[in-house]
Design a protein around this ligand. Structure first.
Ligand SMILES: Cc1cc2nc3c(=O)[nH]c(=O)nc-3n(C[C@H](O)[C@H](O)[C@H](O)COP(=O)(O)OP(=O)(O)OC[C@H]3O[C@@H](n4cnc5c(N)ncnc54)[C@H](O)[C@@H]3O)c2cc1C
Ligand code: SF4
Length: 544
């Protein structure tokens, strides 16, 4: 079916053209060039770039095709529906919690309800083994990604400062910084200045001026609820409509349950479930972009006689080396009102503690973000992780307006025992539920302690009284890392699996190390680079 809708951001993009009736599929049982599993941060970029390059693309997405104007609400509880809610089983000393704070479900994936903090990685993030003697080096350098970082920032008009004191890229950004700053970000910057710590306004994937039919941010702070006005970037409103305009088909509410292979061991397409029925999509190339938990789950579940340990798993590393960011929230109470709920959640940060410093007793480092919060999330986190209940919880919540908050994005090192595997429990699709094992290392714990101390110093310098710390994590990465050696990695530097040349894995699972930066700009830059590589390769003929 050819879609003749004009590209619109403020209407239900493709109502009536959602291909929800599987009989009206554009390609049906026909073999297409590329099938993308999961249309989130990476999948959206891939769908756009590959369809623009003239390839037939079908994206298959487990969740719905959200309409910001009718599906989102300025309501914390309502927004939980944007997240991946299926049960994930967790164990380990620091078992991870999943839900709203973790991954998305629906076109746009996690970008629909992410905070839009948009950092490039630093040059040293790609060379951790060389610099610090831990983990592994990436097979690519900062400079391989540099043109793609630039492209992504320009494509979505990242707003940010004219100059930054850290990292390889020090600005300027395409659009000016978002103003006004929240009170929480102001006190953060003032606290940093008193302590002699450099700070900056945060680069954000949020518009500070109109662009592409979208308005600038109104600063109401419902970014984690989905952004009704479309001022915040997501692949749902940016890349996917453009991909459809280029001819891509997006099949929604469709859960991919296995990747199909032929006798030669190449992939031939995928099987998926829509409305209780099983369908197939044949493709010359399959790209798995389903997030660092669902991607290894799908690869492991697609085991065959030829690949008894799952696809792309010669190294045995599919699912292994899972990383998160330590994301503890540090609170201090002020005499004046801060009102943490006001404005886009993060508007100031420091990366003064980002690189290794031998005097601290651990390697690698972290970013500190001035971080807003909302009452329901805070009450829930205090009760579940903060040790507050009953009267104590009520007292904290009565003082909600007086708290300032700083959150860390701490680098967590990869370790093989931190992993996603298949449990014995099945979900409604007959898929084994993922079992996630996670424990912090001694290095991770020392880093967290140092970061909490620095956050408290900043808040105290500005007059806050240290109040409480809520342990948290964010940004799941790793599980199918890239590398040069097929015995020691799952994909090459272009996200092509070492074992099966027409199977690609492209999302946060290919990360080798986690860095101290929020990851989405790097996920998207890697996806844009992978699309370039794949389009060129496919022009030359079948992938050998
Ligand atoms: C509350 C919150 C705040 C965040 N804030 C930031 C931030 O400020 N900055 C930042 O850089 N990052 C942030 N992130 C993280 C960011 O959202 C993720 O890093 C990013 O979305 C991961 O991209 P991905 O492509 O790997 O996966 P996703 O974007 O999660 O996309 C995967 C998609 O695959 C689909 N899928 C999964 N399994 C299947 C299957 N079997 N069949 C079909 N489809 C499937 C999912 O439904 C999903 O849509 C935040 C995340 C959350 C939840
Ligand atoms: S504060 Fe800005 S980016 Fe966040 S939801 Fe409101 S308009 Fe969107």
């Amino acid at each position: 079916m050819e879609n003749k809708d004009p590209l619109q951001h403020n209407c239900d993009h493709y109502d009536g053209h959602r291909y929800s009736d599987m009989k009206c599929r554009k390609y049906g049982d026909q073999e297409v060039d590329v099938c993308i599993v999961g249309v989130g941060a990476a999948g959206g970029v891939l769908a756009y770039e590959l369809s623009k390059a003239g390839l037939q693309v079908v994206g298959i997405e487990a969740g719905p095709f959200w309409n910001p104007q009718t599906d989102f609400a300025s309501d914390e509880l309502h927004s939980y529906s944007l997240a991946w809610q299926d049960t994930r089983l967790s164990d380990g000393n620091d078992a991870l919690k999943f839900g709203h704070n973790n991954s998305g479900r629906g076109v746009g994936g996690g970008t629909v309800h992410f905070t839009a903090v948009f950092y490039r990685f630093h040059e040293n993030d790609f060379r951790v083994k060389t610099i610090d003697g831990v983990a592994e080096d990436w097979p690519i350098s900062y400079y391989d990604l540099e043109p793609y970082y630039q492209k992504i920032e320009n494509d979505i008009k990242v707003s940010g400062p004219k100059s930054l004191p850290w990292g390889t890229f020090q600005g300027p950004y395409p659009y000016p910084v978002r103003e006004p700053l929240s009170a929480n970000s102001q006190i953060f910057q003032e606290g940093c200045e008193i302590r002699g710590i450099r700070s900056s306004v945060t680069p954000l994937a949020i518009l500070s001026a109109p662009f592409d039919g979208r308005p600038p941010c109104t600063n109401r702070g419902f970014c984690n609820e989905g952004c009704i006005p479309n001022a915040k970037f997501s692949t749902l409103i940016q890349h996917v409509p453009k991909a459809i305009q280029q001819g891509a088909e997006i099949l929604t509410d469709s859960m991919v349950t296995s990747i199909l292979t032929d006798k030669k061991g190449k992939v031939t397409g995928v099987e998926f479930v829509h409305d209780g029925q099983i369908y197939r999509q044949l493709a010359r190339v399959v790209i798995v972009s389903a997030f660092a938990i669902e991607t290894p789950r799908l690869l492991l579940n697609s085991a065959t006689a030829q690949y008894p340990f799952g696809l792309a798993n010669r190294s045995g590393l599919v699912g292994k080396n899972l990383m998160v960011h330590s994301g503890h929230d540090v609170f201090a109470k002020f005499d004046e009102e801060i009102r943490l709920y006001k404005g886009t959640p993060v508007m100031a940060f420091t990366q003064d503690f980002y690189a290794s410093d031998p005097s601290r007793g651990f390697v690698r480092g972290y970013s500190l973000n001035a971080h807003g919060n909302r009452p329901v999330a805070l009450a829930k986190n205090l009760a579940v992780d903060g040790g507050y209940w009953g009267k104590g919880l009520r007292e904290v919540m009565l003082d909600f307006n007086f708290y300032g908050q700083v959150s860390l994005v701490g680098e967590v090192l990869p370790r093989e025992e931190n992993a996603v595997s298949l449990s014995n429990e099945k979900d409604e699709y007959g898929l084994p539920r993922p079992l996630i094992h996670f424990s912090y290392s001694e290095n991770d714990n020392r880093l967290i302690k140092d970061a909490i101390q620095k956050a408290n110093e900043i808040l105290s310098a500005r007059g806050g009284k240290p109040a409480f710390v809520i342990p948290d994590t964010g940004h799941v990465m790793g599980t199918c890392r890239m590398g040069i050696d097929p015995e020691n990695s799952v994909v090459n530097g272009f996200c092509q699996s070492h074992d099966i040349p027409n199977l690609f894995i492209c999302d946060s699972s290919v990360f080798v190390t986690s860095s101290g930066s929020n990851p989405t700009e790097t996920i998207m830059a890697i996806a844009a680079r992978t699309a370039d590589y794949l389009a060129n390769k496919m022009r030359q003929g079948p992938l050998a």
